[in-house]
Ligand binder design. Structure first.
Ligand code: 5GP
Ligand code: ZN
Length: 113
């Protein structure tokens, strides 16, 4: 399968990793949209949250907690950062391997701005 993020998981495409375990990898976004812009992905490939199954519930929860952990390690606090996932082309999704964006380090525009 021709998936950039699967290649990052396999290590055939390099990335600046900040976290990995048996289920999850996190790394710096190649085109950061803010001073901190990290991505959290599962090693398991599925296209988006819309393709998630009930058995993915624990994995999705772990991804959210990893997002918080790496946010804190990057210096972000409960004062403000964003964890977001795009679903489908109309939402701006360009990589169809589910990922959480962890974005912060500046005052962010509101999600509806
Ligand atoms: P999406 O728009 O699908 O929600 O976000 C995909 C993100 O992946 C974008 O922010 C983009 O900059 C990032 N990205 C795309 N290709 C690569 C890559 O090869 N390496 C890294 N580190 N990030 C990538
Ligand atoms: Zn993939």
């Amino acid at each position: 399968m021709d998936c950039i993020f699967c290649k990052i998981v396999e290590g055939t495409i390099p990335s600046r990793k900040v976290y990995e375990d048996d289920d999850i990898v996190a790394f710096h976004d190649i085109q950061p949209q803010a001073p901190v812009h990290l991505l959290v992905i599962p090693r398991k490939h599925f296209a988006s949250l819309d393709a998630a199954a009930p058995e993915d519930a624990v994995l999705l929860g772990k991804m959210m907690l990893v997002a918080k952990q790496i946010a804190h390690e990057a210096g972000l606090t409960a004062d403000g950062y964003r964890v977001a996932t795009n679903i489908g082309a109309n939402a701006g999704q360009i990589v169809f391997h589910i990922h959480l964006h962890v974005i912060g380090g500046e005052k962010l525009a509101g999600i509806n701005a």
